[in-house]
Design a protein around this ligand. Structure first.
Ligand code: G3P
Ligand code: MG
Length: 259
């Protein structure tokens, strides 16, 4: 059997501390708690998830915060574009009540605080989501925080924007990257750029994954982490295809069916 090219071996080694299969609690345990809050991340750990995923952006005063949407309406009692507000205003908002009264007063978290709170107990997928402001220097700020907490070995970066991954590789060369790929035909551009990039993982959409895709990625020395998988039938099917991980809102369900 020919030896694996050195480059491929290195990429596999970069993610060897991530177990297979791995369950990322998507936006934390977001089926049970308000997504992308400290409560959801802490709960993911309590429910036995080995890893979490969350979405980072910059406030107008360049603080790295965690929130999925580009606007505040759906998950907080605020309104307007997230990146137009300073941290102090964002921290005033209630990011928990929309989910349930039990979580009233839960705040939009700072990346710094989340790394501090759970960085040593969970593996973390940081999705770089400055899709509306791609030249804002988000990756530089995130990389500085990962270095400050010395969490290079517990992180994987992902993004739909390959430029973010190139920036991450330049700033933190030892940290693995996964290219997120949009659903179906919309993902053509990410599939194209992924062919030419040095990536440790691909993150395709559930319905696009079959055994052929997984086999091809593995031949390239890449892991496959699939988003977002909440249906037990999909979990079983993907496991049989040999995928290395899934993002799921419900880590309890995922631990039952994806193994
Ligand atoms: O990283 C997987 C998944 O989070 C990508 O989509 O929109 O939920 O951030 P989205
Ligand atoms: Mg995400």
């Amino acid at each position: 059997k020919p030896a694996l090219p050195c480059m491929v071996r290195n990429f596999i080694a970069m993610l060897s501390h991530f177990p297979t299969p791995i369950i990322f609690a998507h936006r934390g345990a977001s089926a049970q708690a308000p997504e992308n809050t400290l409560a959801a991340f802490e709960l993911a750990a309590k429910l036995g998830a080995p890893a979490i995923e969350f979405d980072v952006k910059l406030s107008s005063d360049r603080q790295v915060i965690i929130i999925h949407d580009q606007t505040l309406e759906r998950t907080t009692n605020g309104s307007g574009a997230v990146t137009k507000q300073p941290l102090a205003a964002l921290r005033e908002l209630d990011a928990g009540s929309w989910k349930s009264a039990e979580y009233r007063g839960e705040k939009i978290p700072l990346l710094n605080d989340v790394l501090e709170a759970v960085g040593k107990k969970l593996l973390i997928n940081i999705e770089l989501t400055n899709y509306a402001t791609p030249f804002d220097g988000l990756v530089r700020e995130v990389a500085a925080l990962v270095s400050k907490h010395a969490l290079q070995k517990r992180i994987i970066f992902s993004s739909f924007n390959f430029n973010n991954l190139l920036a991450a590789q330049r700033l933190l060369p030892g940290v693995p990257c996964g290219q997120l790929i949009l659903e179906g035909r919309s993902g053509w551009f990410q599939r194209l750029t992924a062919r030419f990039m040095q990536l440790e993982a691909e993150h395709p959409y559930t319905d696009d994954v079959d055994a052929v895709l997984v086999h091809r990625a593995h031949r390239q020395g890449r892991r496959v982490h699939v988003w977002t998988v909440n249906d037990p039938a999909d979990m079983r099917r993907l496991r049989a295809c040999g995928v290395d991980g899934i993002f799921s809102d419900d880590p309890v369900l995922a631990q039952e069916y994806f193994k």
